[in-house]
Write a protein that binds this ligand. Sequence first.
Ligand SMILES: [Zn+2]
Length: 306
Amino acid sequence: MTFKKSSFPLIFTAILCFVIGLGLIILCFLFPSGNDYEDPDPENEIVNNDPQQPSVPDEGNGDKVEPGEALNPETPTEPSEPDVPDEPVDPQIPSEPDVPDEPSEGEKPFVSSKDDPLLVLANVDNPLPDDFEVGELELVQKNSQGTYKLDIRAASYAREMIADAEAEGISLFICSSYRARSLQQTLFDNKYNSYIANGWSADEAYAKTATIIAIPGTSEHQTALCMDIVTPSYRVLDSGYAETDAAKWLAANAYKYGFILRYPKDKQDITKIIFEPWHYRFVGVENAKLIYESGLCLEEYIETLK
Ligand SMILES: [Zn+2]
């Protein structure tokens, strides 16, 4: 195919027109006219955010679905979260202090039982077994005398009782709580050995020691369910403590928190322990209320149970 030399400008013009036309078409594709790139109408935004006109339909199950999330089918499926091992539950962290549960109306009535673990008896006639294991302990109070812990079943009630007393201007000060059997044994052995060293017979030394140091296993403090409570202005463990506001407050209110006066004045022949207005024992709120209202001591109360 040949072209005359004079027709070249015409061909060149045609090619130029074609190129320009093609360019315009490409530009139209790249920058189409329309409102797509305009800012959304700000008024629409306000309307959509109007709580009176929710823009997201109510899903009906209470769970809110974020627009554009679950509703967007184009969203590629998120790769599932890599398997991260569950956070180990640290057993050292004490559980949130349980606010004592008020039994709700309609719950079955409380029936006390001899087998209730909160009624465990520790006295001269009923020593704890050698293999008695104390429950998990939890801090109740740290004061200038020491750090005092109780069984986790009692600790939150004790803390609440102390806080409520404080709110009424009564300062409760723990001076003894859990005592390990090993400590009791050490105290006992040291005293016993001192008598032996002084020439006492084994029987004499044992009997004499037992009048001064509780025989291991017979101290209720080993259960971690009791504590001795005084008040900063009166820290002596004697009957005079009963006249303090703290002792009076405890006598009137401790049962509401599951604690009972363990060694009442009029029950010494049964408990075989002197009147101890400072010694309070946790038995659970229901048992404590029944014991408080009946006027029985723990030994008597347990006798009434099946
Ligand atoms: Zn005590």
